[in-house]
Design a protein around this ligand. Structure first.
Ligand code: DLL
Length: 434
């Protein structure tokens, strides 16, 4: 089922006309109302009227996370403060926090886009949604909450944490849909086992997981452990929050971007030039309808590939491949580039290992070293030392063979790696500490 048939199945030419009209209006708006953009436009000598077709987007300047930080807290808002009805903010663990503001219309649009997303995932108005994304300044909780209500579903606003209680409510309230990070879904499954509850036997049908990178191997694992369909949802606070793109349950093959609201591009992260159709690049979004904090060509740092070929679900919107990593998260170990997700794929495919892992990067002398800590299953843990050592060597060999990096692999006790209730912390980069 499609929530907004008209807008989600527009012929592409019609969609592009809508995008162009909105882009032109957006340029007028930011030029008139946001001094930061007026200055940027003037510096490169561009006027809103110069945008005559969608391709002209490449004439416009980029916006970076640093720009939001420099304008902290409200410098990029395009409306007077009285029109802002809500504020969200990123945690700021990698620098100063970024702040975003929403008008009443922004909040309504977001609710609609999340309702579209729920339906794309296979949910309906008669469902109950267990929403374990964190409520607060993080966009996950309230984003999914308003979307569930817009859909007409019943929302359980449990937020993150109190994991045993969550399992109890999954059993007692019998929700059909769960929303949380993929890593937290696995933690819930593990906690349920400890409590003697088999999540697979509950009515739960769909999981809507995002906010952190995860692999297809992890998806299969979650689908098996929880006995549900696991759907990938993508978003970022600067652009809106969750619901910028979502997989459809029919194809589970790429995430449909809500293109009538967000204009997506993929660029070469180094040159800033657009990449060819079907090639991987850094995802860049222009928010076509946002009022509170509209952004022009926002560089997400997320890497993906765009695909505009038709999808069997009937939506005509472009799909982005699952984001397997941010360019910021790429590790360079002795000259070789590696993403945590590539290591995750190898670990999950190894019999006896669990999907709980951490990567520790250190510098010894002038050389970077990578250590992979990964938990083993209970059954393997009680095995003989020499078998564990054999397994470590096997994983090390696979990492070397497939990714070309030398990593030290250490198998650790089940449940010894800290569980997170939100985004998992996969990388411990000791080079950056002290
Ligand atoms: O994580 C919004 C969100 C909440 C998305 C709930 C999905 C579900 P931020 O905290 O601003 O917002 O983080 C945004 O998280 O640039 C990606 O690097 C990463 N990310 C989000 N969704 C996915 C996903 C929310 N499905 C940043 N796959 C983004 C991979 C994701 N990475």
């Amino acid at each position: 089922m499609i929530y907004d048939v008209k807008n989600e199945t527009l012929p592409r030419e019609e969609l592009e006309q809508i995008q162009l009209r909105r882009l032109q209006a957006l340029c007028e708006r930011v030029y008139a109302n946001v001094p930061f953009y007026k200055k940027k436009f003037d510096e490169i000598g561009i006027k809103p009227q110069d945008i005559k077709c969608l391709k002209d987007i490449t004439l416009l300047p980029f916006t970076q996370k640093q720009d939001l930080r420099d304008q902290y807290p409200f410098g990029l808002f395009a409306v007077p403060k009285e029109q802002i009805v809500r504020i969200h903010s990123s945690s700021g663990t990698t620098g100063k926090a970024t702040v975003v503001g929403y008008t009443k219309r922004d909040i309504e649009n977001w609710g609609e886009l999340m309702a579209r997303s729920f339906m794309a995932a296979g949910a309906s108005a008669s469902d109950t949604i267990h929403n374990a994304y964190g409520y607060g300044l993080f966009t996950g909780g309230l984003g999914a909450h308003y979307g569930g209500e817009a859909l007409g579903a019943t929302v359980v606003p449990i937020s993150g944490g109190a994991t045993r209680r969550q399992v109890m409510l999954l059993k007692d309230f019998e929700p059909d849909v769960i929303c949380c990070t993929p890593s937290y879904a696995l933690f819930l499954a593990e906690t349920a086992i400890e409590m003697g509850i088999d999540i697979k036997k509950l009515p739960l049908r769909i999981g809507i997981f995002g906010a952190e990178p995860w692999t297809n191997e992890m998806r299969l694992d979650i689908e098996k452990e929880l006995g549900i369909k696991a759907i990938d949802i993508y978003g970022l606070s600067e652009v809106m929050g969750p619901g910028v793109a979502i997989e459809c349950h029919e194809a589970q093959n790429g995430l449909h971007i809500q293109e009538d609201h967000f204009l997506a591009e993929t660029i070469d992260p180094d040159s800033g030039e657009p990449v060819a159709q079907g090639e991987e690049g850094e995802l860049v979004f222009t928010t076509l309808t946002k009022e509170g904090i509209p952004l022009i060509r926002y560089r997400t740092r997320d890497l993906t590939t765009l695909d505009t070929t038709p999808c069997k679900c009937g939506r005509t919107t472009a799909r982005m491949k699952r984001v397997t990593g941010r360019s910021d998260d790429m590790l360079i170990i002795r000259g070789v580039n590696v993403f945590p997700s590539q290591i995750e794929s190898i670990l999950i495919e190894t019999e006896g290992l669990s999907p709980h892992y951490q990567l520790i990067v250190e510098r010894q002398g002038n050389l970077d070293t990578l250590q992979v800590l990964v938990e083993v299953n209970e059954s393997i843990f009680s095995d003989e030392i020499k078998n564990l050592q054999r397994m470590e060597s096997k994983v090390m060999k696979n990492i070397k063979e497939f990714l070309g990096v030398t990593a030290k692999v250490k198998l650790v006790e089940p449940k010894s790696i800290e569980r997170s209730i939100g985004k998992a912390k996969r990388i411990i980069d000791k080079r950056k500490e002290g």
